[in-house]
Design a protein around this ligand. Structure first.
Ligand code: SF4
Ligand code: SF4
Length: 242
């Protein structure tokens, strides 16, 4: 397909994503992450050259209230918004995959939440890596995707594809000297080390500590993490009005 044909398909899919309630749309070239993607998701998943990244912005007022992370109402609202965003993303990625398939290409939707049961807190596919490669944001010290518009106040899903789409350019990390997510984490799970694609996640995040803290709270608050690392990021707190 010619470059103008690729751009036409990108535009068409981005416009379609808006009709599905998607706030952020990007396309990642996965070639630099092929080994990582294959290790996580296996040969089929690792065989796709590109991923369409889809993001839904969370609700600011709910995330703002997470400063009261011991409050039942605040956590129940957070869990509700988080689950509803995941459901909306799962439907959107299905519809997007159908649209791509109708154009004659392969498409493989990956749900918003797809944890492997391997004890390593890993997903089938890293939506964050795809969103980073597609140019939607960078991976922050809290190991979340940080978007310039909404900080980490987003949920993500992906559609793997071989459609000849124009891919984005990764954003450079803008965390700088900020350590707000490190300082606020009650379980001391975030180490403060900046993201590097060559280092494993455990250099930056002790996922077991976060999980232990979430489990401790489970009896009172159900299965919802405290969300303070989402709440505190200045890129999200300054996003109102965007
Ligand atoms: S969810 Fe809470 S405990 Fe887990 S990393 Fe974020 S701030 Fe720390
Ligand atoms: S709180 Fe600061 S260090 Fe943490 S992800 Fe946001 S900008 Fe980066």
């Amino acid at each position: 397909m010619s470059k103008s044909g690729c751009l036409y398909l990108n535009d068409e899919l981005e416009k379609y994503s808006k009709t599905l309630g998607i706030d952020l749309f990007g396309v990642a070239d996965l070639s630099s992450a092929e080994n990582f993607v294959t290790r996580q998701g296996g040969e089929h998943v690792g065989g796709f050259p590109r991923a369409i990244s889809l993001g839904i912005r969370l609700i600011d007022d709910v995330i703002d209230q997470l400063i009261s992370h011991q409050d039942h109402v605040a956590i129940a609202s957070y869990r509700g918004v988080y689950d509803a965003a995941n459901q909306a993303l799962d439907r959107a990625s299905l519809m997007m995959a159908k649209k791509v398939q109708d154009q004659g290409y392969n498409a493989y939707p990956i749900p918003a939440s797809s944890m492997l049961k391997n004890g390593n807190f890993e997903a089938v596919f890293s939506h964050k890596v795809a969103a980073n490669l597609s140019g939607l944001g960078w991976i922050g010290k809290n190991c979340l995707l940080i978007t310039p518009q909404y900080g980490p106040r987003v949920r993500l899903a992906s559609v793997l594809t071989d459609a000849p789409l124009q891919t984005g350019t990764p954003l450079t990390n803008r965390c700088g000297k900020c350590t707000q997510c490190v300082d606020i984490c009650p379980s001391r799970a975030i180490t403060g080390v900046a993201f590097s694609p060559d280092e494993p996640r455990n250099v930056r995040l002790n996922a077991q500590r976060c999980d232990d803290y979430t489990t401790e709270r489970m009896e009172v608050f159900g299965n919802a993490n405290c969300g303070l690392c989402v709440h505190i990021c200045p890129y999200g707190r300054n996003s109102r009005g965007k």
